[in-house]
Design a protein around this ligand. Structure first.
Ligand SMILES: C[S@@+](CC[C@H](N)C(=O)[O-])C[C@H]1O[C@@H](n2cnc3c(N)ncnc32)[C@H](O)[C@@H]1O
Length: 358
């Protein structure tokens, strides 16, 4: 077994295990801060059972920073997926509140050969946590920037591609920010001609369903995910999916195959919590941004969420910036942060109306 850091943030063996354990510990802190007691209980149990997890998972394959950055979310996804795929219910996990009970669930999965196989097979798979409410800022931003012109956009790292289909839905058009009604006037229906979802993983709605940490708040999230998925598949021509990495050399021609319009450029690109999964190395991030710059038309916009996860010395955040860039003379320029998401990344916490004054 190679017990060393190989190169360029590639991890294996002991360092890999320690990094994953560290991510679990950070997750516990984060859950505590967020008051998410079921998540805290689950991760506390993962820490207690880490020895058993270590003994059945393959740690010898070299993993990139990008692979490791999405922990500890991978564990909750792999565990629930093992249950779903073995014909078990996951809803009964939403009420499990204490770490001892969670240790029992982990023991049950690891001791059953069928569930254990699913758990191991998916342990390193990128989570596909898809929160439709993350697209709510677009309900304001798109009318603000484009009026009622017909527009088309791309969601890169779209997961189950359930964010765009919620645009113009009742929950989006009736959403109210606490205390501040000034944005109501912007909340107009969007003339959305085409909204493509690109993801390196094949769309697997079960994999998206298991991305949420079990808890009482999760019932509602799962319900919204199911609603958004129904909307997406009932209008599949307007919301097509492309299964490709953002770094796929044939990406543009693959997108063109699902786009009946003649223009290769898009009015807007949306990226939400993909960047940490790519890896933090500046060269990877630069390549990512240059891909986006090739897709967005002049005067078009890029809306990005999750950049903070690229910071070194990551620590739990109070909120997550929704940052907007505009394409000018072939370059993306940051033009402001109009919204902040909640610490649990699932909803909009507040709007910054000054953005819309400029
Ligand atoms: C945490 S999920 C976020 C999903 C969705 N954007 C949201 O915010 O609800 C990140 C997604 O990025 C995708 N992803 C990671 N690396 C990618 C790449 N190189 N190309 C395309 N998608 C990628 C993953 O498969 C995963 O579905």
């Amino acid at each position: 077994m190679t017990e060393k850091l190989i190169k360029n943030g590639i991890l294996t063996g002991h360092e890999l295990r320690q990094t994953v354990l560290h991510k679990i510990e950070l997750g516990i802190l984060n859950a505590k801060k967020d008051g998410f007691c079921e998540k805290e209980a689950f991760l506390t149990a993962c820490k207690a059972r880490f020895g058993s997890i270590v003994s059945i998972v393959d740690w010898d394959f070299a993993r990139s920073n990008g692979d490791v950055n999405s922990f500890p979310g991978n564990i909750v996804s792999a565990l629930q997926y093992a249950r779903i795929k073995s014909g078990k219910n996951i809803l009964d996990l939403y009420d499990v509140e204490n770490p001892k009970a969670w240790e029992g669930v982990i023991d049950d999965v690891l001791s059953d050969p069928n569930q254990c196989q699913f758990f191991c097979d998916n342990f390193w798979r990128s989570p596909m946590v898809s929160h439709p409410m993350r697209a709510l800022p677009l309900q304001y931003l798109l009318p603000f920037h484009f009026g009622n012109a017909g527009i088309k956009g791309i969601d890169i790292g779209a997961g189950a591609h359930v964010a765009f289909p919620m645009l113009n839905s009742k929950p989006f058009l009736s959403f109210e920010f606490e205390g501040d009604k000034s944005l109501r006037q912007l909340r107009n229906p969007i003339n959305l001609l085409l909204a493509v979802g690109v993801d390196k993983q094949k769309r697997d709605i079960d994999w998206a369903r298991v991305g949420y940490y079990p808890g009482k708040r999760t019932y509602q999230r799962l319900e919204l995910l199911n609603t958004a998925y129904e909307r997406a598949i009932s209008d599949a021509t307007r919301f097509p999916v492309v299964c490709a990495s953002v770094f796929e050399p044939k990406l543009y021609s693959m997108i063109a195959e699902v786009d009946p319009t003649s223009s290769p450029k898009y009015d807007f690109v949306f990226t939400s919590f993909i960047r940490h999964q790519l890896g933090k190395h500046p060269s990877i991030q630069e390549k990512f941004i240059s891909t986006i710059a090739q897709i967005v038309r002049e005067e078009g916009i890029w809306v990005d969420i999750g950049r903070e996860l690229l910071d070194t010395g990551w620590h739990p955040y109070d909120g997550w910036a929704v940052e907007v860039y505009r394409m000018n003379s072939g370059q993306m320029h940051s033009i402001g942060i109009p919204f902040i998401l909640t610490a649990d990344q699932a909803r909009v916490k507040k709007a910054i109306p000054e953005y819309f004054l400029g």
